[in-house]
Ligand binder design. Structure first.
Ligand SMILES: [Zn+2]
Length: 57
């Protein structure tokens, strides 16, 4: 009788660059994780941000 099972995933993994929802997580409260979705534009952005190049052109 106590079949109260909410299957809603409160956690979400978003792309930090384009805000695409990459995946959802079964968490106890609303949580957001930011990763890279893998889109070539986002990879490009990540590469530009991640590599500390001293090229001041
Ligand atoms: Zn993205």
């Amino acid at each position: 009788m106590g079949n109260y099972s909410s299957k809603m995933n409160l956690g979400a993994i978003l792309c930090r660059h384009c805000n695409t929802v990459i995946d959802t997580l079964d968490t106890e409260k609303v949580m957001f994780y930011y990763l890279n979705c893998g889109h070539e534009n986002c990879i490009d952005i990540a590469n530009n941000q991640g590599e500390p190049t001293d090229d001041t052109e």
